[in-house]
Ligand binder design. Sequence first.
Ligand code: FE2
Length: 245
Amino acid sequence: MRDLATNLHTAFAEALQTPATYPSGADHDAMVKQSVDRLAQLSDSARRHVDIGPYPDALTRYGADLLAQIIKTPLAGLIKDLWPELHWYEIFSDASISETLSKGLITAPIAGSRGQLVSEKILSGIFLLAPHIHYPLHQHPALEIYYVLSGEVNICHGRDKSPMHIRAGDFSLTPPDQVHSLTTGDSPCLIIYTWTGDLANENWWWVKEDDVWIRKCWQREASGTWKVVHKEPLRDEIIALSGDG
Ligand SMILES: [Fe+2]
C-alpha cells in the first residue's frame, strides 16, 4: 500500500506555494505553516480501511465531470488515485435547511476521526458543492484551508465583504472563528480542505430569523452528519471575534 500520509503532506505543501485568498490582517505564513506541520504528523501506521457506503445523489450527478476536469497537480493526482476508496455522505441534515442545501453539500473524509488516516490533530477531506449552492456564513474554532481541485467557487469573509473568486489551483485561508460563506454558480466545485488547531465539534451558522441575526450551532454525530443542537442571538462579542468588521 502506498504511503498516503507522506504523499498527502508533500502534495499539499507544494499546493500551498501558490497565492492564497485570505482576510486582510491574517497571518498567511503562520496559517500555512500550521496546516503543513499538522499534515506532516499524519502517518500510515494509523491508516485503516473505510467502508464505502451508497453514493449520495450529488456524487452520482457531478462526480465524474468534476473528476474529468480535475486540475493537473500532484495533490489533485493523489485525490484522483484515492477516489475509488472514498466514502461520501451528505454533511448537513436538519429540518431547518432546504433539501437543495442538504443534498448539495457532500464530503469524503481522508484524515481525522473518520478518515483513512486516523488523527486527532487534523481533519482533511474532500468537499463537493453542487451548482447554485450557498453554504451560509459560518464560523468554527479551527483554521481552515480550501484548495480547489475542480470547478470554481466564491468565498466571502463577512456579512458586508465582497466575495473572492477561487478556481482550480487556488486556495483560501480562513482564520479560527472568522465568519465565511461559500457560493457556487452554474458549475459544481470540488475542494480539498484541512481543519487544524482547535477541532472542537462545533460549526456556528449565522442566519437571519425574523430579520434578526442569530447563530445556530451544528455538531457532528457519530455518523459524520451534522445536526443543529442550539441557537442563540448574535452578540457583539461574538461579532468582534469573527472578523466581521
Ligand atoms: Fe468553514
